[in-house]
Design a protein around this ligand. Structure first.
Ligand SMILES: [Zn+2]
Length: 257
C-alpha cells in the first residue's frame, strides 16, 4: 500500500481485526455482485469505498425513474442508461482505484459459472428466485461463499452460505420449491432505506468473509422488520432431501453426466 491508501483506509487499518494485512487482503479480493439495483447499490458502494480491489457488477436492466427512490448508485441524469454502466460511473468517483468490471448484458451459463468460480464471494442482489437458484447451484459447484439478500415492503432478510463446508445448508434448503414466485417491489412497494439496511448488512458480511473474521450469518437467516425495528435470526437446518445440495441431488447430477 502506498501513503494515499494508508490514509484512505486508516480507519479500517486501525481495527485490530483488519490492520494493514487485512486491508491488503481486501485490496487483493474479487467480489461478484449480481444486480445493480436497490441492494446492489449499497453493496457495491460500500465494497468500493472499503477498498475491495476488484468488483464484477452484473445487471442488464436500464435505469428507470421509479428506481431512483431507493437505488442510490444511479443519478437522475442516468435515466435510460444501463444500470451496470451507471453504477460503475459512480463507483469510479467514489474510489478510482477499485477495478469495476461492469457487465451490462445477461450473464448466464458457462460465463456466469466462470465469474462465480473466480470470485472470493458472490453477492446476490437480484429480485427473483430463478437467478438465486442458479447462483446457489453454481456456488455449490465451485464452493464460493454466497451472501444473499432480499427486501420488500418493510421487511428484509440476509443469509450466507458457505458451500465449501459440508454441513452448510444451501439456498434451496430454505426454498425447496422451484416454482415459488418472488413478490416484486413494483407490485408490493418497498420503503427506500430498507434496501440500504439490508444491502449494508450484505456488504459487512462480505467484508467479514474476505477478512476471515467470521461469516456469522452462515446458515442463519437474519430478518429485519422496518415497521417494528426488530431483528430476528433463525438457524437454517440442512434439508436432507434438498433438490440442490442433498446426497440424492448430487447423485442425480452425477447420473446426468
Ligand atoms: Zn440445500
Amino acid at each position: 500500500m502506498d501513503t494515499d491508501q494508508l490514509e484512505r483506509y486508516s480507519r479500517q487499518i486501525r481495527l485490530p481485526q483488519i490492520g494493514e494485512a487485512g486491508q491488503q487482503r481486501l485490496l487483493d479480493s474479487r467480489v461478484l455482485i449480481i444486480g445493480a439495483g436497490g441492494l446492489g447499490s449499497p453493496v457495491s458502494m460500500y465494497l468500493t469505498a472499503a477498498g475491495v480491489g476488484h468488483l464484477v457488477l452484473s445487471d442488464y436492466d436500464r435505469v428507470d425513474e421509479s428506481n431512483l427512490q431507493r437505488q442510490i448508485a444511479h443519478r437522475h441524469e442516468n435515466i435510460g442508461k444501463l444500470k451496470a454502466d451507471s453504477a460503475a460511473e459512480l463507483l469510479g468517483e467514489i474510489n478510482p482505484r477499485t477495478r469495476v468490471d461492469a457487465i451490462n448484458y445477461e450473464l448466464d451459463g458457462d460465463e456466469l459459472l466462470e465469474h462465480v468460480d473466480l470470485a472470493d464471494v458472490v453477492v446476490d442482489c437480484t429480485d427473483n428466485f430463478p437467478s438465486r437458484f442458479t447462483l446457489n447451484r453454481m456456488t455449490l459447484a465451485t464452493g464460493t461463499p454466497f451472501v444473499s439478500g432480499a427486501a420488500i415492503r418493510w421487511q428484509g432478510q440476509v443469509v450466507t452460505f458457505l458451500p465449501a463446508e459440508g454441513a452448510s445448508p444451501c439456498y434451496q434448503c430454505l426454498y425447496p420449491d422451484e416454482s415459488v414466485e418472488a413478490a416484486t417491489c413494483a407490485a408490493e412497494g418497498v420503503v427506500a432505506p430498507l434496501v440500504g439496511v439490508i444491502g449494508s448488512m450484505q456488504a459487512l458480511e462480505t467484508l467479514n468473509i474476505l477478512l476471515g473474521v467470521g461469516a456469522h450469518l452462515a446458515g442463519r437467516l437474519l430478518m429485519f422488520d422496518g415497521m417494528t425495528m426488530e431483528w430476528e435470526a433463525i438457524k437454517l437446518p440442512k434439508n436432507p432431501s434438498c433438490p440442490a445440495c442433498s446426497q440424492t441431488a448430487s447423485e442425480g447430477t452425477a447420473a446426468e453426466r
